[in-house]
Ligand binder design. Structure first.
Ligand code: THU
Length: 137
């Protein structure tokens, strides 16, 4: 990938993968079904969905599910970054990554592109724009 640029074909692939993942969400409490798809610097795509819990605070967002899955599948590591990550709501409600997910995306993709839908419009922005002056050491 050219830094901070996605081909329209890859962007569509990510959007479609995230939409498909959203249909798998376990969200009986909020009814808010979210899917995410990330693209690694090795060209792998990994998806995730939100997984809720009766103890609400234990809920895992779709973005973090995708990231943790990618780590567990050895598709992401210190040497392999997130180049892009798409997040969508199953029924196209506005959905941007929460603060916790921005920080976790930063761990593996400080230069990542983030694709999300907001007020019916698909947007692409940088993680650094969503998380300025991020915490890292
Ligand atoms: N959620 C995500 O999975 N990703 C986001 O970017 C925002 C919120 C989930 C968490 C919870 O299961 C539901 O959406 C409502 O907050």
């Amino acid at each position: 990938m050219v830094k901070n640029k996605l081909t329209p074909e890859i962007a569509k692939f990510l959007w479609d993968a995230a939409e498909a993942a959203a249909t798998l969400a376990y969200a009986p409490y909020s009814g808010f079904h979210v899917g995410a798809a990330l693209l690694t610097s090795e060209g792998e795509i990994v998806t995730g969905c939100n997984v809720e819990n009766a103890s609400y605070g234990l809920t895992n967002c779709a973005e973090r599910t995708a990231i943790f899955r990618a780590i567990a599948e050895q598709k992401l590591s210190r040497g392999v970054a997130i180049d892009a990550l798409a997040v969508v709501h199953r029924d196209h409600q506005s959905c941007t990554p929460c603060g916790a997910c921005r920080q976790v995306i930063h761990e593996f993709g400080p230069d990542a592109l983030v694709l999300y839908e907001y007020e019916g419009i698909r947007r692409q922005t940088s993680l650094s724009a969503l998380l300025p002056e991020s915490f890292h050491f």
